[in-house]
Structures are given as structure tokens and as C-alpha cells.
Design a protein around this ligand. Structure first.
Ligand SMILES: Nc1ncnc2c1ncn2[C@@H]1O[C@H](COP(=O)(O)OP(=O)(O)OP(=O)(O)O)[C@@H](O)[C@H]1O
Ligand SMILES: [Mg+2]
Length: 226
């Protein structure tokens, strides 16, 4: 069964009572362990699509099935549960909590999921070592470089071993070299953890890491033949 299955998804935003269609007919399947890109110009609805898949935004019509959950008919309590159990997010602005160390930032999702603090600490430290920050566990976000903060963000997203990772311009803040390194790191971790990932990006070089590429154009998702 695919991890993500979307058929005829439609989404409009209402601006002063006028519905403006953003996504008009989106169809997408993402299989287990697959990395799929979503590309397209600014404002075409890439983040909107990712937010819908992450149950962070609602939609007008269509079928959206993510990790076996039908998102059309889901209560807000089940939405919370879905987000906590099934998906992780990697953003351009890593949104690390400034008053917490790298280790604590990575522990937080584990603590929220109910893991005991000693085990969470161990797992978070192991994950930070895997992203090359084993020596920086006690550093605060303000003491880390952009590239290092991005790696903490990746560690935080991957530590809870979710089935699906939603990445919105994960390297958007970084220079070319750091951006390449971060993407190579994500790909190495993908080989180990076998998660599926939807990778939203403007960056062709980044998108070329995907197994399958797509773009949004006029509200529809089109395959990019490579
Ligand atoms: N909450 C909202 N209310 C009204 N319009 C919105 C809202 N959120 C997004 N939009 C509009 O929907 C469109 C798609 O936005 P979205 O953020 O998905 O674009 P994007 O493809 O991610 O762009 P970018 O590459 O710049 O991040 C834009 O025209 C945006 O202005
Ligand atoms: Mg966006």
C-alpha cells in the first residue's frame, strides 16, 4: 500500500469571501522508502500541498490518504495523533527552541511521544552523532552555525523514526556547499531508516536526489521526466 495516496485533491483559499483555487486537481502516490520531489514557481501551492498531507490544513474535496489514515474524515484529536505518530517535518527555518540545547531539542519529540527521559537522551545523542554533532550536544542554537542548526533540525525530524518525512526547502537557508552536504546526509540516513520523503524545493540540484520528480503547474501535479 502506498504511504501517500492523493486523488483529485482540490483546495481554495477564501480571500474576502472569494474562493481562489490554489490546487485544482492533484494526484500523487508515494511508495514506501520513496523520495518524491514537488517543484514549481513561488506561490503555486507547494507548501499548501505539504500542509494538507501533514494534516495541518484542510481541503475542499478529493481523497487524501496518508500512512493509512483518511484525512478527509478525521477529527481534530485524531489529527493531533496522526501528526505525532506518523510524520516529521524538516523546514527551511529549523525552528529550534532557542533556550534548549541541541540535545534537548532532539529529545523533545521523543519525550512528547512518552519515551522515558533516559532513553530519550540516549537516542537523541546517538542521532546527533549520526549527523556529525556528537561533540555539540550541549550547544545552544545561537552557538551553532546555519549548517549545524540545519543538521540538528534533521536529527530532530528523524529521531522518532517516522514513516514519512515532509521537507519544505530543507536547505533553503544554506550556501551551496552546506546545502549539498545536508542533502547527502539526509540521503545516507534514508538508506538506513528507509523513510519516505516528500521534498519541496526550487533547487534543481536538490530535486535531482529524488527518485521521482513532479511540479505543480496550474493547480495540477505533473511528472517531470528525467
Ligand atoms: N492562509 C492563506 N490564506 C490565503 N491565501 C493563502 C494562504 N496561504 C497561502 N495562500 C496563498 O496560496 C498560494 C500558494 O501558497 P504556498 O505557500 O503553498 O506557495 P509555495 O508554492 O509554497 O510558494 P513558495 O515557493 O514561495 O514557498 C499563494 O498564492 C499564497 O498567497
Ligand atoms: Mg512554500
Amino acid at each position: 500500500m502506498p504511504v501517500v495516496s492523493i486523488q483529485k485533491l482540490r483546495k481554495s483559499y477564501f480571500i474576502s469571501d472569494k474562493g481562489i483555487p490554489i490546487l485544482s486537481d492533484i494526484n500523487l502516490e508515494v511508495n514506501s522508502s520513496e523520495i518524491v520531489s514537488v517543484e514549481g514557481a513561488s506561490g503555486v501551492g507547494k507548501s499548501t500541498l505539504l500542509n494538507i498531507i501533514g494534516a495541518m490544513d484542510d481541503f475542499d474535496s478529493g481523497k487524501v490518504d496518508v500512512c493509512g489514515v483518511d484525512l478527509a474524515n478525521i477529527s481534530s484529536i485524531d489529527k493531533e495523533k496522526f501528526r505525532a505518530q506518523k510524520i516529521s517535518l524538516i523546514f527551511q527555518h529549523h525552528l529550534l527552541l532557542p533556550d534548549f540545547s541541541a540535545l534537548e531539542n532532539v529529545m523533545i519529540p521523543l519525550l512528547i511521544s512518552g519515551m522515558n527521559p533516559n532513553k530519550a537522551k540516549k537516542e537523541a545523542a546517538t542521532m546527533l552523532s549520526m549527523v556529525g554533532l556528537g561533540e555539540r550536544l550541549e550547544s545552544f542554537p545561537s552557538q551553532l552555525s546555519g549548517g549545524e542548526s540545519a543538521r540538528v533540525g534533521v536529527a530532530r525530524a528523524l529521531v522518532s523514526r517516522k514513516q514519512l518525512i515532509l521537507a519544505d526547502e530543507p536547505t533553503g537557508n544554506l550556501d551551496r556547499e552546506n546545502s549539498r552536504n545536508l542533502m547527502a546526509l539526509i540521503m545516507d540516513l534514508q538508506k538506513e531508516f528507509k523513510f519516505s520523503m516528500i521534498l519541496v524545493t526550487h533547487d534543481m540540484e536538490l530535486a535531482s536526489f529524488a527518485n521521482r520528480r513532479n511540479r505543480i503547474l496550474s493547480g495540477e501535479l505533473q511528472p517531470i521526466l528525467t
